[in-house]
Write a protein that binds this ligand. Structure first.
Ligand code: 13P
Ligand code: SF4
Length: 313
């Protein structure tokens, strides 16, 4: 079967089963093409909550599907490939977060959604890259503190600290994303030399020096909307995030030009979901193949900081 035929089959199965397909911007382009909604972590959490289907196929990584499942305990959330995990989540385990809380008992705990459900269950509030600054400000004012505990991404913590002026104690010091932390200042400098008319857009998971050399810092949806709302005279964009977003934008905005700030900006974990696996999961819906289930005691505790985040943002 060709990719085109598999995509047609997926669309047919989706219609027959009334399943909803949610896909992150980093998904392979053919997976994005069969999705009902494409978005960033925050947008997809909201959409998962609003979805009316009994079955949600979540094409992203584990923490995203887990969040969708926690928000929809009456629905079946399935992943095309259960091995699609975000390695950043491994930087923080529940025992570690408990140690930090003992050391700083008065500080609120902010946990990036790129974390396990068990870690979320230990937090006061969750955040995504699009609302981290707002959440840090809100929770520190609620707790009346000038600092928060923040993990596992030390770069997003640093970004939130810079913009909110609230100190973030990093849990741990060097938690990071292997994709975004490859981008170094020299890549941005070279990219500006190669494409002097291009606006440089990067993700907040990039290191501070990279962020400071760039024109726009924001979540995947923020970058997408920056291009969408750009004037007709703004034609070129250099992108500092996973390549899937650039492929999406190249399709949606054919009159603009896009460049990656460096080669091989690929999240191999996101790319483990394939169009073939999408078809397979839809064909076996009744078996609930690759259903994501968070143990109910953890899900109950993790729901509180996730809902608080949605309320705050
Ligand atoms: P967004 O919330 O910006 O889509 O980011 C998710 C992510 O995993 C970035 O690496
Ligand atoms: Fe995790 Fe980085 Fe992949 Fe995002 S790009 S899912 S943070 S490894």
């Amino acid at each position: 079967m060709t990719v085109k035929q598999i995509k047609e089959e997926v669309m047919k199965l989706k219609k027959e089963t009334e399943a909803t397909i949610l896909a992150h911007y980093y998904q392979p382009i053919e997976v994005q093409e069969v999705a009902d909604y494409i978005g960033d972590s925050l947008g997809l959490s909201r959409l998962a909550k609003e979805a009316n289907s009994e079955f949600i196929i979540f094409a992203g990584v584990d923490f995203m599907a887990e969040t969708a499942s926690i928000l929809n305990q009456d629905k079946h959330v399935l992943m095309p490939n259960p091995e699609s995990c975000c390695p950043m989540a491994a930087f923080l385990i529940p025992e570690k977060i408990k140690d930090y809380k003992k050391e700083y008992p008065d500080l609120p705990t902010v946990v990036y959604v790129n974390s396990t459900a068990a870690v979320k269950a230990e937090s006061d509030v969750c955040c995504t890259s699009s609302n981290a600054v707002k959440i840090v400000k809100k929770i520190s004012s609620e707790f009346n503190t000038d600092a928060v505990l923040f993990g596992p991404d030390a770069n997003l913590a640093d970004y939130a600290e810079q913009l909110s002026k609230i100190k973030t104690i990093k849990m741990p010091d060097k938690g990071h994303c292997y994709v975004h932390s490859q981008i170094k200042p020299e890549h941005i400098i070279q990219s500006k030399k190669d494409y002097p008319n291009a606006k440089v857009l990067v993700h907040p998971e990039c290191i501070r020096e990279v962020r400071e050399l760039s024109d726009v810092v924001g979540s995947t949806a923020y970058m997408y909307n920056t291009v969408k709302n750009s004037s007709s005279t703004e034609k070129e964009f250099s992108i500092g995030t996973e390549s899937g977003l650039m492929e999406r934008m190249a399709q949606d905005f054919p009159d603009k030009k896009f460049y990656l700030v460096m080669n091989k900006l690929v999240c191999y974990n996101m790319k483990k979901n394939t169009i073939e696996l999408m078809k397979y999961v839809l064909e076996h819906l009744d078996d609930k193949m690759f259903e994501v289930k968070v143990p109910s005691d953890i899900a109950k505790k993790a729901l509180i900081p996730i809902e608080r985040m949605l309320e705050f943002s």
